[in-house]
Design a protein around this ligand. Structure first.
Ligand SMILES: [Cu+2]
Length: 161
């Protein structure tokens, strides 16, 4: 998705209460967020929008969170009507001038080996690792499961053991 800069500013202001962003070189990392999990969940998810204002592509290759053992990039695809996940082993490239959005039902960060449930009001620290921009410290805000519409066919429950 490509949004003009001016429009992004308006969106950020409109959501001022909950919006937060991080910058790393030419990258703007907008509103990393996560979802509450049931007490027994072994995995959580992370979402974020990343804009590349530079002249060179950069690639998100991984990351970490303080509440999980692992951090994997996954993408969801609908194959013959069934949502399936696959790891993005090649990373996620953000072309110059582009915004890449990790969101429910699409590409997301899988937080594996959760050390504790994710609860509302308990934001947690993490990092995103880029090929060019390097390791960028961020913080994930928490939204409840009703916080954003759940797309039909999101197979995310398939991850929760
Ligand atoms: Cu996943």
């Amino acid at each position: 998705m490509r949004l003009p800069i001016a429009m992004m500013t308006v969106v950020a202001l409109a959501g001022a209460a909950a919006a937060h962003e991080f910058e790393a070189g030419d990258l703007v990392i907008d509103h990393p967020w996560s979802r509450t999990t049931p007490p027994v969940a072994k995995t959580g998810t992370g979402y974020v929008a990343i804009t590349n204002n530079g002249a060179e592509p950069d690639t998100l290759v991984g990351g970490s969170s303080e509440i999980s053992e692992g951090f994997e990039l996954h993408t969801s695809e609908i194959i013959e009507g069934v949502a399936k996940m696959r790891p993005l082993t090649e990373g996620l490239t953000i072309a110059p001038g582009e915004t890449v959005t990790l969101e429910p039902g699409g590409t997301h960060a899988m937080l594996t080996g959760l050390k504790k449930p994710i609860r509302e009001g308990e934001p947690f620290a993490g990092t995103l690792v880029f090929e060019r921009a390097g390791e960028v410290p961020i913080e994930f805000m928490i939204e409840g499961f009703g916080g954003r519409p759940e797309p039909a066919g999101d197979a995310h429950d398939g991850h929760q053991q």
